[in-house]
Design a protein around this ligand. Structure first.
Ligand code: ATP
Ligand code: MG
Length: 469
């Protein structure tokens, strides 16, 4: 095998390699003597010896050598002038293999599988990319892989796309899917109900425009209710308000607004919500299809799911009374910026923060997916120890990622623009090496149109001949 470069300088684990030939690129994994490293960035420099000619330099991060199948970190710099080679497939799979592994695709530019350490699922994952870069397909591959390990998965599906993608994967792999809809019914599909008691006073604000006195009246009504109740109990609570404290007009307006809420959302909110423990089964992916629900309802879904999943796991592991869930699980939240926005006042953000900070102790992994990372609460993002980054151009999003993730260096963030659809950079807890460029497996869906205008044949237009002087 021919060398692809030679080490020209070496500081700790950072090497500068003068590139030879055209095979090295961002993310290439190389072997230098017994050690392995990854190309983190590339740039040209002037070469004084050869006049105006420039030489291409690759910055390589060395991560160590393989000793008895395990990576041993580099303790002193490598010598300059060593030759650099591309790793072969078996070395590559040796570096990445772990006992419980999942794989989203191949290591970029090779046929080696890009193995990740599945047991780090509970240190949370973020899939971040501009729209149309392949987030949902990547998440589907991730869900399929966890499904194959029998880990129960619950997906909050904002656009109603996962049933289609995951049905295809479930037809080829041994895991099953179950779909629940929210707000609208579909034949043969169960409907998810949210208990009214899960709504906090701030959540009502998202459905109703309340004045300050109306809000304090509502807080009092909710304070007087306990256990399970439905919206008609909240409406009845208005009749018990003290007319010496609240103006009659305030009470009447609040009653009217609450009655509207009861009427419009009677098929969403109920005295008893869906039993969440029934959604969590080994080898089952449960999809909560929220595509026909409004944003406020979706937020209530996320709030209810996050709260119930966490409390049921706490009950199980601490042997407390109440609902229990016997298995660890993964909660996947699409369009996470809508539920974890930095300025959001809805309880869903608080509940997601709790899952992000406490979930690991109770075996809950969170996977947030978003095309607007800069809108996500930094506290939640920084709890995601594995980052899967796809094509991103927005400087604000890049800045936010830089601040929230320790595991990714600046050079890689700058290179996120160069990723094509289906390519991702993975960094963090699920990997033993600094990062990996991965070509995510393609999922072939039958009805995918090649062109947005497939429905109609292009009309032929005959141009009249005209002579110009
Ligand atoms: N791994 C892949 N290989 C090849 N093509 C892919 C891959 N993943 C996705 N695509 C293509 O890109 C399109 C968009 O993918 P996807 O819906 O996953 O993007 P997205 O980032 O989730 O978009 P949105 O922001 O709209 O939710 C798909 O319809 C598919 O054609
Ligand atoms: Mg998507």
């Amino acid at each position: 095998m021919n060398p692809v470069g030679v080490v020209v300088s070496s500081h700790g684990r950072e090497l500068e390699v003068q590139v030879q030939g055209g095979e090295l690129e961002l993310g290439s994994i190389v072997k230098i003597s017994d050690n392995f490293g990854i190309v983190a960035s590339m740039h040209y420099v002037e070469d004084e010896k050869i006049g105006a000619k420039q030489k291409l330099i690759a910055e390589v991060q060395v991560f160590g050598s393989l000793v008895n199948g395990r990576l041993k970190r580099l303790k002193k710099p490598l010598k300059p002038y060593l030759e650099v080679f591309l790793v072969d497939k078996s070395d590559l799979e040796g570096i990445l293999s772990v006992s419980d592994s999942i794989s989203l695709g191949t290591v970029h530019g090779t046929s080696a599988r890009a193995f990740l350490n599945a047991s780090e699922f509970d240190r949370h994952t973020a899939i971040l990319a501009s729209t149309g870069s392949g987030k949902s397909y990547t998440a589907s591959n991730l869900i399929k892989e966890f499904g194959l390990l029998s880990l129960p998965v619950v997906v909050v599906d904002t656009h109603g796309e996962y049933a289609r993608i995951l049905s295809k994967l479930a037809s080829e792999n041994p895991f099953k899917i179950e779909v629940h809809t929210v707000k609208r019914t579909r034949q043969g599909v169960s409907q998810l109900k949210i208990p009214v008691s899960n709504l906090e006073a701030t959540d009502y604000h998202h459905f109703l425009h309340l004045t300050e006195p109306q809000e304090s009246a509502l807080v009092e009504i909710l304070g007087n209710l306990s256990g399970d109740y439905n919206l008609s109990d909240v409406v009845s609570g208005t009749s018990k308000l003290n007319v010496n404290v609240y103006h009659e007009g305030t009470i009447a307006a609040l009653t009217r607004k609450l009655k509207t809420l009861e009427r419009v959302f009677k098929d969403v909110f109920d005295k008893f919500g869906t039993d969440i423990s029934n959604l969590v089964e080994p080898g089952q992916v449960t999809i909560i299809d929220c595509s026909l629900a409004s944003q406020n309802v979706r937020r209530s879904v996320v709030s209810y799911l996050s709260k119930e999943l966490l409390s049921s796991r706490i009950n199980k592991l601490n042997d407390f009374d109440g609902e229990k869930i016997d298995y660890p699980l993964l909660l996947v939240v699409e369009e996470a910026h809508n539920y974890a926005g930095s300025n959001l006042s809805h309880s869903c953000k608080k509940q997601l923060q709790r899952v992000a900070s406490e979930g690991r102790k109770f075996g809950i992994g969170l996977c947030v997916i978003s095309q607007k990372p800069s809108k996500i609460d930094e506290e939640i993002l920084s709890q995601c120890n594995t980052g899967i980054y796809m094509h991103i151009t927005n400087p604000r999003d890049k800045d936010h990622i830089r601040r929230s993730f320790e595991s990714i260096n600046d050079a890689i963030i700058s290179d996120l623009d160069s990723l094509d659809v289906g390519e991702c950079i993975i960094a963090g807890a699920m990997l033993d090496i600094p990062f990996l460029v991965c070509q995510v497996d393609r999922i072939e869906l039958k009805k995918e149109k090649k062109s947005k205008f497939d429905f109609k044949k292009k009309a032929e237009v005959k141009h009249a001949k005209a002579d110009y002087v």
